[in-house]
Design a protein around this ligand. Sequence first.
Ligand code: ZN
Length: 244
Amino acid sequence: MSPHIEKLLVIQDRDRRLIQLEQQLRRIPSERLEIEERAKAAAGRLEELKLRLKQTESDRKQLEVEATAKRAQADKYRSQQLQTKKNEEYQALAREIEGCEKAVREIEDRELDLMEQAEKLAAEIKAEQQLLHEVNAQADRQRAAIAKREADTKAEIEKLKAERAELSRSVDESFLGRYERIMRHRRDAAIVPVQHGNCGGCHLQLPPQTVHQAKGSEELVTCDECGRILYWVAEYEHAPQAAR
Ligand SMILES: [Zn+2]
């Protein structure tokens, strides 16, 4: 293998790792957003339950006011009943009292329903508070883990970039330029092995002349199909086809 290729392969190895790491970095903002949204959703559910409980309590207070008014009205009719001498009027007031008492019973039934609802909501709130606590604790751990991963990734990127700069100083400039153009274009690999007579990048069969050149030439030989730089390694040619 030509020393140019050997050096470029090392650079390619660093570049591929760099591409990988930069992809990982780009995913971090959406990972962060996901964590914040989960925490926000849990807090929102708790708020919603608290609002419902508050509404239930204010509904119950309203009913209590209505019941008190009905009871007062019934009392008023009762005192009117005591004062009346007319049987007809007495009976009419009795019906009014009965109406008030019926209304009070209905209100009390609704109050009981609301109290049951409030109890259920209070239990749900307690469970949701516990859940929110867990979600927040988990979010804190995840935030810390992401921050650490981000810092580690950035540090590794810096290290690789420095290494790559050092490596590239020892490579022929025109070869490096060609390599970089192909890498920018292909993203996955600019230098690929000849694999059983095929290009290791696009996998199409190479003309025997190209394979021959890749095997012996000091020049950079490229695949006509995809433009990637080719190199020849003996193990591919001697390995059985099935083991590829
Ligand atoms: Zn190719």
